[in-house]
Design a protein around this ligand. Structure first.
Ligand code: ASP
Length: 262
């Protein structure tokens, strides 16, 4: 059993989503938990939307763009996903929670990006014969109410993942969301920007997976950001401690909380 994590850049368009299917097809017979981030820059777009709504400014244009962006992907992939349901959900959260403190309000809205991307990916994979079940990560990952940086209740989370996921994995893959969890009172939380790596690590650890694979658009972990340094070289291997140190000092290649569960 392996956990695969695909970031926003990997699923930024229909080609990216198709590429995920190509990658999965390279692992026939493997049980997979597939954790996905929001598509492309959707999280940034949702941040603008929630900030505008909080400040009583208009957000409709950005919301329309978010809808059009996903609609284009859904149409290109020739699948059916009820995008209006998600847009209505965003509006409901924005309008129904006007009095909420900003960090909590943020989590209720920004989390929808992952719900959309995972629904699209799951529908597409099923449409090409990659049998999978869409699973709501919020029913598995229990956090406290540290909004925008939820602290995971490991004991309950591990129990929930084991009882709900293992039976499904016997005959299909799981497609779920990175970055999001839920409090005991039923409010959605997020785990911090780029937190989907951390979600992947939580699943890998809870399921005692053979490995967590973080798929990226670079050949591996490099000694510098290749967008800034064209002579960056790939590090053949890193210990967990080196990886922790690297992320602690700001390397954004892996979310800093990722290594601990591994
Ligand atoms: N979508 C979230 C973000 O952009 C989480 C993630 O991608 O890991 O930060």
């Amino acid at each position: 059993m392996k956990v695969f994590k695909f970031g926003g850049a990997s699923v930024k368009d229909a080609e990216g989503v198709k590429n995920v299917a190509t990658i999965i097809n390279r692992f026939p017979g493997e049980q997979l938990v597939i954790v996905v981030s929001a598509m492309g820059k959707s999280t940034n777009a949702l941040e603008v939307i929630v900030q505008n709504a909080f400040e009583d400014k208009a957000y409709q244009d950005e919301l329309n763009q978010l809808y059009d962006y996903h609609k284009n992907i859904v149409e290109t992939l020739q699948i059916h996903v009820e995008l209006n349901y998600f847009i209505d959900l965003i509006i409901q959260q924005l309008e129904g929670n006007r009095k909420m403190a900003f960090p909590k309000y943020y989590d209720q809205v920004v989390s929808v990006g992952e719900l959309i991307s995972s629904s699209i990916l799951s529908a597409y994979l099923n449409s090409v014969g990659i049998n999978n079940e869409w699973t709501d990560a919020r029913e598995l990952i229990l956090t406290d109410d540290t909004w925008r940086a939820g602290i995971v209740d490991t004991t309950t989370t591990v129990e929930q993942i084991e009882t709900k996921i293992i039976p499904i994995l016997t005959n299909k893959h799981i497609v779920t969301q990175g970055f999001i969890g839920r409090t005991i009172n039923g409010y959605t939380t997020t785990l911090g920007r780029e937190g989907s790596d951390y979600t992947g690590a939580i699943f890998a650890s809870a399921l005692d997976a053979e490995g967590l694979w973080i798929w990226k658009d670079v050949p591996g972990v490099l000694n510098a950001d290749p967008k800034l340094f064209n002579d960056a070289v790939k590090l053949p291997e890193l210990t967990y401690y080196e990886a922790i140190e690297m992320t602690y000092y700001g390397a954004s290649v892996i979310h800093p909380k990722t290594i601990q569960p591994l």
